[in-house]
Structures are given as structure tokens and as C-alpha cells.
Design a protein around this ligand. Structure first.
Ligand code: AMP
Length: 142
């Protein structure tokens, strides 16, 4: 199973903000949309970075209340690891575990076509495992 199978269910919508938006707008996006990360885009719409809950926690630890004077561009992680729709889901699981992040934007021919989270990956794997178990049960009962 591949990243494109998750996107087929989930769609291509990615929640994003421009680098100069205040951090309060990033918090509002995450809270209202029930998501853990927002993609940050540059003036030309390209990926400038990613801002996750963890970046906000670290920034509060570092800046205290001063965090609200920051922009999302100042708090984001600028070096973003991406994947492609053709990547196997097990490879993305391995990458999330090894690199300790839970969100991966998906690019196809340089164009953003979605973002998958660890929640999407786990949901997909559970469904896949249940389908395999059901197929085996039916096979044994033959
Ligand atoms: P997360 O586990 O996704 O909440 O993120 C943990 C840390 O990794 C945060 O500093 C994020 O900004 C960063 N991060 C999340 N996703 C990515 C990614 N795809 N590439 C690089 N850094 C990321």
C-alpha cells in the first residue's frame, strides 16, 4: 500500500499559512481544524517550513509570553522532509519513527498534493491488517 492510497481517502487539502502570519493564527488553525501541524508557505506558494504543536511548546518554553509576538515563520522548522504518492506506507512509518516527526507533506512533480499524519498512517494500517485477518479467516473456513 502506498501514500496515494491514503490521499485517495483523505483528499489533497493541506492547511497552510504564510510565513508572516502571527503565531496566534497558527494556534487558531490547529485548534479549529483539530490538526497538529500547519504547513508554512513562501510568497510564491512553495513550502517554507512546517509548524507543529511541538514547535509551539518549545517556543513557549524559550520565549514565555513573548511567543505571541512571533510569526509562524520564526517558529517553524525550515528543512521539511517530504514524500511522494508512490512511496510505500511502511517506508513513511519507518521515516516518522526514525526522524521523530508525525507529519509529511506529499509532493508530485514538485507540486504539493497532500499531507499525511501519523494518525492517517495508523488508521490505514489497522484497516489493512483487519482486511488481511478477515481474508485469512475466510480462507481457513473454506
Ligand atoms: P511533529 O511530530 O510532526 O509534531 O513534529 C515534531 C518536530 O518535527 C517539529 O519541530 C516539527 O516542526 C518537525 N517536523 C514535522 N514534520 C516534519 C517534516 N515533514 N519535515 C521536517 N520536520 C518536520
Amino acid at each position: 500500500m502506498y501514500v496515494r492510497d491514503i490521499l485517495r481517502d483523505k483528499g489533497e487539502n493541506v492547511v497552510s499559512l504564510a510565513t508572516n502570519e502571527p503565531v496566534a493564527n497558527g494556534l487558531a488553525m490547529m485548534a479549529e481544524k483539530h490538526i497538529g501541524a500547519v504547513l508554512i508557505t513562501g510568497d510564491d506558494g512553495s513550502i517554507a517550513g512546517i509548524l507543529s504543536e511541538r514547535d509551539i511548546v518549545a517556543a513557549i518554553h524559550t520565549h514565555g509570553e513573548g511567543v505571541f509576538g512571533k510569526t509562524v515563520g520564526e517558529l517553524m522548522t525550515a528543512k521539511v522532509v517530504t514524500c511522494s504518492p508512490q512511496d510505500p506506507i511502511v517506508a513513511i512509518m519507518g521515516m516518522m519513527t526514525a526522524k521523530r516527526f508525525r507529519h509529511v507533506p506529499v509532493l508530485e512533480n514538485g507540486k504539493l498534493v497532500g499531507l499525511i499524519s501519523i494518525g492517517d498512517v495508523v488508521k490505514f494500517r489497522i484497516e489493512e491488517t483487519e482486511a488481511e485477518a478477515e481474508a485469512l479467516r475466510k480462507y481457513i473456513a473454506l
